[in-house]
Design a protein around this ligand. Structure first.
Ligand code: TYD
Ligand code: MG
Length: 453
């Protein structure tokens, strides 16, 4: 009898190696290879003949099935307007961040809607534990079908049945395994195979599947990393421990935009929707303090105002510290370099700390101007005007560049009572007048900003 062959699969990136190595050649991670049995196709066997595909024209009626809308607006928007029947969504996040709570709340809201049947399969908790959680969340009456299972073969028949649910939540995909593979539950191949079966069933029977997945310390969807390309949408649930805000962010979405976020607040009774995140992110802001600037940002289709805080202190280190929370450290280095080279502001011998208040992560270059203002304000100990918001990208020659959706940013700032916006020059005479109550204070170059401190 031929000896069973082994292969070594990296648990981080899924690269397959013929022999064991200490370090994965694919992603460079250490100690991530796990032995798995190979199931090879029979050698020299004839190629199995398939049924053959039938092609249809591109032109035709592409009917969109109605989306499954939960009524939890922050969730629905992040999905692109509700769950699409037959699609699969992965919700990733750190352990303890609130994924199970979110999944259960979504399931309960969906089930409470007329005509949407919803099932919740827990591989981590017993049904009694899920029930207790539902009681705590005051959702005990929701008509959700519950099951505790870890074997995909046990779940699949329920999806093929005539009374199959329309929405299935699987919490978590890492606990699922299939008897088809010999490898241990939790390994990449098990996670991948289990997800494959569930996703295939979802497509075949028009079920919307929500998979919950854990993320490793490094911030990657371990195991689920290999799922990212299999599912239709990847949502990450994030937030700082110690902050009560939680942000659901779409990082991939075949059926919607990827820059949407949903904002939630953690409460005793579960996740509460935050319809006006700007007010929440600015709630802890204290008036005239040096080193604080309000950035008028956009998260997807929604304007969000956040406070950017900076601290500049003389350094005792040969290489001064550059610590950043919630923003790109490379972008900070760039702004410090532009300030030095184009405006003569020297911060090289100083420690610089930058923080986006409230635990939000800002990715927009439009935050450059607000970051520069926070830095200049911290360095000069001169507060930024209390009623001003800022936005604008900074170029390498120090010019302030226009950014998109200026009107929406201005509108949001006016709504929250800000009186002026320090912003890039508005091109041409066609630019609409700023909304009532707010003045557009245009800055062409970073020098104009430096002059204010
Ligand atoms: P949980 O949903 O179990 O996190 P995950 O599934 O991501 O590991 O939530 C972790 C804990 O936080 C749990 O004990 C419940 C608590 N929690 C609240 O009390 N309120 C909330 O709004 C949320 C989201 C969680
Ligand atoms: Mg959980």
């Amino acid at each position: 009898m031929a000896k069973a062959k082994s292969q070594y699969v990296c648990q981080e990136c899924g690269t397959v190696h013929p022999k064991w190595l200490g370090r994965c050649e694919g992603c460079g991670a250490w100690n991530t290879l796990v032995e798995e049995a190979v199931s090879e196709p029979a050698r020299g066997g004839k190629r199995k003949s398939g049924r053959g595909v039938t092609f249809t024209g591109l032109k035709g009626t592409g009917e969109q099935p109605p989306r499954r809308v939960s009524g939890l607006a922050e969730f629905d928007r992040t999905c692109g307007g509700g769950l699409v029947p037959g699609s699969s969504v992965l919700i990733g996040g750190d352990p303890g961040i609130g994924k199970s709570t979110l999944a259960l709340q979504v399931a309960a809201r969906l089930a409470a809607r007329e005509g949407i049947s919803c099932a919740y399969v827990s591989g981590e908790e017993a049904t009694d534990q899920v029930r207790l959680r539902a009681q705590r969340l005051d959702l005990a009456d929701a008509p959700v079908a519950l099951a505790a299972a870890t074997n995909v073969e046990d779940i699949l028949p329920a999806l093929e049945a005539p009374d199959a649910p329309e929405v299935l939540v699987v919490d978590s995909i890492q606990t699922m395994h299939t008897a088809e593979l010999d490898s241990a539950p939790g390994t990449v191949s098990q996670v991948r195979a289990s997800a494959q079966y569930l996703i295939r069933a979802a497509k075949a029977y028009g079920i919307a599947v929500v998979l919950v997945g854990h993320v490793t310390k490094e911030g990657t969807l371990a195991g689920p990393k290999v799922l990212e390309h299999m599912v239709d949408a990847v949502l990450t649930f994030e937030g700082e421990r110690g902050h009560q805000f939680r942000i659901l962010r779409a990082i991939k979405n075949r059926y919607g935009a990827t820059d949407e976020i949903g904002v939630f607040e953690m409460t005793e009774a579960g996740l509460a929707e935050v319809a006006n995140p700007s007010a929440l992110f600015l709630a802890e802001r204290r008036g005239r303090v040096a080193g604080s600037a309000v950035f008028a940002g956009m998260e997807g289709t929604r304007p969000v105002l956040v406070e950017i805080q900076a601290l500049v202190a003389s350094s005792a280190l040969a290489t001064p510290r550059r610590a950043v929370v919630g923003w790109d450290p490379n972008r900070l280095s760039m702004i410090l370099a532009v300030l030095e080279a184009r405006c003569g502001v020297l911060l090289a011998g100083q420690d610089v700390y930058l923080n986006v208040a409230g635990g939000l992560r800002v990715a927009e270059p439009a935050a450059d101007l607000a970051v520069a203002a926070a830095l200049l304000s911290a360095a000069s100990d001169e507060p930024v005007a209390e009623d001003a918001v800022l936005f604008g990208e900074i170029g390498l020659s120090g010019e302030v560049r226009p950014v998109g959706q200026a009107e929406q940013r201005l509108k949001e700032a006016a709504k929250l009572g800000f009186a002026s916006a320090w912003m890039p020059p508005r091109r041409g005479s066609r630019a609409p007048a700023p909304p009532a109550g707010i003045a557009a204070d245009e800055l062409g170059h970073l020098d104009d900003l430096v002059g204010r401190f």
